[in-house]
Design a protein around this ligand. Structure first.
Ligand code: MG
Length: 384
């Protein structure tokens, strides 16, 4: 790495290692290897056809979870480099952070969580960990990707206490109210920066929200005024791009400045001092936090709850719920490798294990695969 690392950054020497011991990579750092394994995973390729707000077939220019993850990695790496943190680890966490997402964004996750209520629930964050720890089958010597503790710690952003208790060392911080590495903390906020700004862009492109509405929102209004005054002749599309770019830039600068000041004050000696803090040290200023919150609220009420988005969400709930019920009732509807996995988990854990295997299968689907599968299972004239 060209950049010198701060003493509290994650590094190979202080890594808590992998679940299965492996020889160190010859020409890469441990975290580069993690990043590379994420990129080569099946779950990563599926992100191309999974969405957050707009379903894949609605248009080719909307963000997918793949482009979202790449944007998060871009923002997160810039912040990591500026703060002399570990860029490779940051990138690995960013690219993997959404691997456990169901098809159809939050509507899909809520529907699956609802169906899994009696069987331990479904959390997409925990599912991301499950994907990298268990579900990827690529390596001869172990299940999963066998990533470092630091990557796994970063991927697990949130976790309920009952689930945390089953995760040993990895879950302990949720029980103790402690923190993850700075690389994990910053990727979490880079995720927010990325989705808030690209949802503004995609929302405007879709016509579901308008510039006039967004001008009521401070984080948009300020750069919009700047750009309109500086470039009065600029067409609307380019104006929007320029505004979105400035929204990202402002948030990134604010985050770097505020975090640098917090680190200066705290003087952490190493990564464990970061983990032992009672609050995250990566943060926005109070003013930026308020502006961010205002934008988030706006997007929630005006975009995510827009009737056209809601229609798609409502269809998503139907697709996920009915597929879940059908597979639970009759596992012979499923391909043999999946029935095999169901049998194994059923033998191990009973009905909860069976439900978990069905949830794994559904969560792994892309949007279009889920739609196709729904037709194939329920439509009498559809080829199977
Ligand atoms: Mg995300």
């Amino acid at each position: 790495m060209s950049n010198t690392l701060a003493r509290y950054a994650a590094n190979d020497a202080t890594s808590r290692g992998r679940r299965y011991q492996e020889p160190s990579p010859a020409h890469r750092t441990e975290f580069q290897r993690d990043r590379d394994r994420v990129i080569h995973s099946t779950a990563f390729r599926r992100l191309e056809y999974k969405t957050q707000v707009f379903v894949n077939h609605e248009g080719d220019l909307y963000r997918t979870r793949l482009t979202h993850s790449i944007e998060v990695a871009q923002v997160a790496r810039s912040i990591a480099r500026a703060l002399q943190l570990n860029e490779d680890l940051t990138e690995a966490i960013a690219l993997a952070h959404d691997l456990g997402h169901t098809p159809f964004g939050h509507a899909g996750q809520d529907a699956l969580n609802d169906k899994m209520r009696d069987y331990g629930g479904f959390e997409h964050n925990l599912q991301s960990l499950r994907v990298i720890d268990e579900l990827e089958e690529r390596y001869a010597a172990f299940q999963g990707l066998n990533l470092t503790f630091e990557s796994r710690e970063g991927i697990l952003k949130h976790c309920s206490i009952p689930n945390a208790k089953t995760l040993g060392e990895l879950g302990q911080r949720f029980i103790d109210g402690k923190q993850a590495s700075l690389e994990a903390q910053l990727t979490n906020l880079a995720d927010e920066i990325a989705y808030n700004s690209h949802d503004v862009d995609d929302g405007l492109r879709s016509g579901l929200i308008g510039i006039d509405q967004l001008q009521q929102i401070e984080l948009f209004a300020q750069p919009y005024l700047e750009v309109s005054e500086q470039y009065p002749q600029l067409n609307e599309r380019r104006t929007i791009y320029e505004v979105v770019r400035r929204i990202i830039g402002r948030q990134v600068s604010d985050l770097i400045d505020t975090t640098s000041a917090a680190l200066e004050e705290e003087q952490p000696t190493d990564i464990d001092a970061i983990r032992n803090c009672n609050k995250p040290l990566v943060m926005f200023s109070a003013n930026m936090r308020d502006m961010n919150l205002e934008l988030k609220r706006f997007l929630r009420t005006q975009l995510y709850r827009h009737y056209r988005v809601h229609r798609m969400s409502s269809k998503a709930v139907t697709i996920i719920s009915e597929l879940f019920d059908a597979f639970m009732d009759d596992t012979r509807l499923l391909p043999p490798d999946t029935t095999e996995k169901i049998k194994i988990l059923d033998n191990e854990l009973g009905i909860s294990g069976k439900a978990r295997a069905v949830a794994d299968y559904i969560a792994g689907m892309t949007d279009r695969y889920a739609i196709r599968e729904y037709r194939r299972v329920f439509h009498p004239l559809e080829p199977t």
